[in-house]
Design a protein around this ligand. Structure first.
Ligand code: IPE
Ligand code: IPE
Ligand code: MG
Length: 250
């Protein structure tokens, strides 16, 4: 089926407003071809372009990409350095395209842990693209769901200590607004590539009611069609939020 044929099947009135993606399988993609893992990360950049373009064209408002987890700091230093260098280069070289396409870049995670050059380039592009409003592309960098929940808990504890908040006033809204993701709606669709079916400490709180789409496709091979397929899969789900099917469809 051609790209447009799949795209045409998508109901524009029932798009997820936020899609989160665990971009996995770069290393395996490279190894299968007899290359070093790093080549997989380099080719993964094209998949990021595919998804960003496809999502913006469809009218998805937020895309969050899991680019580097808290746990990924335990990888070989050589791979970490190469990934950080790739990040700087990519953010820099893609800034023009982000501007052309009206895309705002934002980041979540423990950004202070990133190498200075990386953090600087990130801040620069975030600043340059901040008034774009067609779509927001959020990079999760040095991020994990548990890290964010712990950070949020600390913030709330400080507010309680200072007498700004009563323990009984802590509810979903209070926790939501203390998270790195407070500015975004919760993702309705979570995609993970490479055949793994786990969350790996991604948006733990935020995906409470997200639909999951797992695909065996390795990230560097992820195409616009694969993205459309994930959206179509999402649109076939019955999202019940604890209610009965009869309640929902009456
Ligand atoms: C995902 O690909 C990218 C990052 C985690 C940075 P991997 O590097 O995890 O690829 P595999 O899972 O080893 O194939
Ligand atoms: C998850 O992938 C993190 C990112 C995609 C950035 P990993 O490859 O690190 O996850 P595990 O180790 O297979 O769970
Ligand atoms: Mg992996």
């Amino acid at each position: 089926m051609s790209e447009s044929a799949l795209k045409e099947k998508i109901d524009p009135a029932r798009l997820p407003s936020h899609v989160a993606i665990i971009m996995d399988g770069n290393g395996r993609w490279a190894m299968q071809k007899g290359h070093l893992r790093m080549l997989g990360h380099q080719y993964g950049v094209q998949a990021v372009r595919n998804v960003t373009e496809a999502a913006a064209e469809l009218g998805v408002k937020y895309v969050t990409l899991y680019a580097f987890s808290t746990e990924n700091w335990r990888r070989p230093q050589e791979e970490i350095n190469a990934l950080m260098a790739l990040l700087v280069d990519t953010i820099q070289s893609e800034t023009d395209t982000l501007m052309k396409n009206g895309i705002r870049l934002e980041a979540i995670g423990n950004l202070a842990q990133l190498p200075t050059a990386c953090n600087k380039q990130l801040q620069e592009t975030v600043e340059v693209t901040k008034d774009n409003d067609r779509m927001t592309l959020i990079l999760a960098l040095s991020y994990s769901g548990r890290w964010d929940i712990i950070e949020a808990t600390r913030k709330i504890a400080r507010q309680v200590k200072e007498g700004l908040l009563q323990p009984d006033e802590i509810d979903e809204n209070v926790l939501n607004s203390a998270l790195n993701t407070s500015r975004y709606p919760n993702p309705e669709l979570l995609i993970r590539t490479s055949g793994e079916q786990r969350i790996s400490n991604f948006l733990l709180w935020e995906i409470a009611y997200a639909e999951m789409h797992f695909t065996p496709v390795l990230w560097p091979d992820f195409s616009k069609d694969d993205f459309y397929q994930a959206i179509l899969d999402f649109q076939q789900r019955d999202r019940r939020f604890g209610l009965t099917a009869e309640q929902l469809h009456s």
